[in-house]
Design a protein. Structure first.
Length: 307
């Protein structure tokens, strides 16, 4: 393709059409008239050699080729936009909003130290946290709104990753639990009634996916969507929660919880920081990433001191 003949405004129109799958809504998104957007769609069809949008009854649907273009086009436009990002970032004066996605355990562990540091260095910066969702259900348009993701080793398309901190899983029970000592043995573990944590986008608790190949089936009494809910229920019942050890430590005093080592080696969990490829050289993103990595290093130093 001869790029000299390519109107880059067509890519903006294509992006809107792929997001909306509707000519009228796409026109409103980019501030064009409906006839102008229809004309852009026809030019795109000729250029790409695909109808892109086809009618199915009363509505329009994206073709397979159009669906395949959504991710790469979003990344390409983000990279073009990054060319116009300022070369500096004045944290003290910035009013930038950063949008982060992370599970509730990461909010509990990372947000207090992060906000303490940001409040001192950048009092007008705002952090928006959205609930974690797995990569299979993360749409390209949703991913484009994110500045950072905190997650275990899942790969997110269009994101780089860096190791943030490590952890291991342990059993959480309320202080004074009548069967606490028995949980250290396999029979006691199997006899206990457990709280499972099934986060959005998953079909079961990751712990059970890990235990099943070992021939271990927990007795699940309750399923909740987050680790914090699991620990709150555990603190007021005789149920057992199999959750990250750091989270138990963070809430042990507040909820009167005790951490117990399971009757098998739970291994090491690695928590990663993901950031978009488009933000790799963005000064504001670099600033935020450096703060987060510093918090991760502090957490690792504290863990080594405790061992």
């Amino acid at each position: 393709m001869n790029l000299n003949s390519l109107d880059l405004n067509l890519l903006v129109a294509l992006d809107a059409l792929l997001l909306e799958a509707n000519v009228s809504r796409a026109a409103m998104r980019i501030g064009l008239s409906q006839p102008a957007t229809s004309h852009a769609l026809q030019r795109l069809r000729d250029l790409i050699g695909d109808p892109l949008l086809v009618r199915n009854g009363a509505r329009m649907e994206l073709t397979p080729r159009a669906l395949a273009l959504r991710g790469p086009l979003a990344q390409a436009l983000d990279q073009v936009r990054s060319l116009f990002i300022s070369d500096d970032f004045d944290a003290a004066r910035s009013e930038r909003h950063f949008r982060l996605m992370m599970p509730d355990l990461a909010v509990e562990l990372l947000m207090p130290p992060l906000m303490e540091k940001i409040t001192k260095a950048a009092p007008n910066v705002r952090i928006d946290v959205v609930p974690w969702r797995s990569s299979p259900i993360m749409t390209a348009e949703f991913a484009r709104t994110l500045d950072m993701v905190i997650s275990i080793g899942d790969a997110f398309r269009g994101f780089h990753r860096q190791l943030l901190y490590t952890d291991s899983d342990a059993l959480a029970v309320r202080r004074g639990h009548p069967a606490a000592a028995k949980l250290k043995k396999r029979d006691g573990f199997l006899a206990a009634r457990h709280v499972a944590v099934v986060i959005r986008g998953q079909n079961e608790d990751l712990i059970d996916m890990w235990l099943r190949p070992k021939g271990i089936e927990r007795k699940i009494a309750l399923v909740v969507p987050g680790y914090i809910e699991a620990l709150h229920v555990t603190a007021r019942t005789d149920l057992v929660a199999f959750v990250p050890h750091r989270l138990i430590g963070a809430l042990s005093k507040q909820l009167s919880l005790v951490a117990i080592a399971p009757p098998f080696d739970p291994g090491i969990d690695e928590q990663f920081m993901f950031y978009p490829t488009r933000a790799q050289v963005d000064p504001g993103s670099i600033w935020l990433r450096n703060i987060m990595l510093g918090i991760g290093r502090e957490m690792e130093r504290d863990r080594k001191k405790a061992v």
